[in-house]
Write a protein that binds this ligand. Structure first.
Ligand code: PRP
Ligand code: URA
Length: 206
């Protein structure tokens, strides 16, 4: 499966500060924005472009612009909300769908509690969720967006575990995953190691 890990010194720098347990929510939110901006750029590197004839101040030229293909970003609530703004900042016409999934504290099985998605057929869909741990939430999210018409949705996360990547591949073979870090493993409570703890709690100070 194509799993792309961000390879950039700035990404490494940001991830380190996200992991640091002394980082407070205000800084954590800024760092989440910054790393998600890098991921938004990286995960859209294959968007199609088309010719456009323009006049520069000096001469006419044939240049490239993004081809018209509707984009949809689907954050998994609640932590995925911390990744939305970079996508809407650089793609002003992007649509945003919402999917609420919450892991059970004991079983780590995700429960679907909210879904508001536009029609997804013919659109390029990015499911965004910072943590890919067991992969249960992501696999469920990919199933839901496919039920709404998405073909080949892309998964974008900040920290992934090998177990999560394998679970996505098992349920949705061939899914492209973009992550800023691929960590070692999960602990007994299904948290990513070394990870950064509970992303939603750190983002919102809960
Ligand atoms: C976290 C995270 C993912 C999920 C990953 O959300 O944001 O959605 O866990 O774990 P998984 O790969 O094992 O499914 P959580 O359920 O804690 O909800 P929250 O975003 O509301 O904090
Ligand atoms: N959710 C998180 O926020 N962090 C983890 O390590 C696993 C799931």
């Amino acid at each position: 499966m194509p799993t792309h890990v961000l390879d950039h010194p700035l990404a490494a720098h940001i991830i380190t500060h996200l992991r640091d347990q002394t980082t407070k929510p205000a800084t954590f939110r800024t760092l989440a924005y910054q790393i998600s901006l890098l991921l938004a750029i990286e995960s859209t590197a294959d968007l199609p472009t088309e010719d456009k004839v323009i006049d520069t101040p000096l001469e006419k030229m044939t240049a490239r612009v993004l081809a018209h293909q509707p984009l949809v970003v689907v954050p998994i609530l609640r932590a995925g909300l911390g990744m939305v703004q970079p996508f809407t900042d650089i793609f002003p016409d992007v649509s945003v769908g919402y999917l609420g999934l919450e892991r059970h504290h004991e079983t780590a099985v995700a429960r679907n509690y909210y879904c508001k998605l536009p029609p997804l057929a013919g659109k390029r869909v990015f499911v965004i969720d910072p943590m890919l741990a067991t992969g249960g939430s992501a696999a469920q999210a990919l199933t839901v967006v496919k039920q709404h018409g998405s073909v080949n949705p892309t998964l974008v996360c900040i920290v992934a575990s090998p177990e999560g990547v394998a679970e996505v591949e098992k349920n949705h073979p061939g899914t492209t995953i973009h992550t800023a870090a691929l960590d070692r493993t999960l602990n007994a409570k299904k948290y990513i190691l070394p990870g950064l703890g509970d992303f939603g709690d750190r983002l919102y100070g809960t």
